[in-house]
Design a binder for this molecule. Structure first.
Ligand code: SF4
Length: 124
């Protein structure tokens, strides 16, 4: 037969377990909330818009639009194709890729652009 002390310990263990489960459930709900917030923010960042190209882009597949924040990533990744408009501080495509290597670098720049300002649907 269980004494008062044993029953009390068992109660405290159950209560502790209940607290841990409650905490785990709250953490899970927070994770869902954070994930959902992130997805909403991601959805608000629009894809590159060929109707909003920076004017210096040469005609062709790749281009940079006005969302560019001048972070330098594309110019560093594909220096044969992207350059900087020095007065206004943004990137544009000064030469369309001519080799597989240049094309791969342009795709890498497009995929790495933090604001999705690079498009590849610019060919007429
Ligand atoms: S990677 Fe994107 S944001 Fe950064 S400079 Fe190039 S186009 Fe602009």
């Amino acid at each position: 037969m269980q004494g008062f002390k044993g029953a009390s310990e068992q109660y405290m263990r159950k209560k502790g377990l209940h607290s841990v489960l409650h905490w785990a459930n709250e953490a899970k709900e927070s994770t869902f909330a954070i994930r959902s917030l992130f997805l909403n923010l991601s959805a608000k960042i629009t894809m590159a818009d060929k109707e909003d190209k920076n004017p210096e882009n040469v005609t062709g597949t790749f281009y940079v639009d006005s969302q560019c924040i001048d972070c330098d990533l594309c110019r560093d990744t594909a220096p044969e194709n992207f350059t900087r408009e020095e007065d206004e501080g943004y990137s544009y495509v000064y030469k369309q890729p001519e080799t597989d290597e240049e094309r791969e670098q342009c795709v890498e720049a497009m995929e790495g652009c933090p604001v999705e300002a690079i498009g590849e649907d610019g060919a007429e």
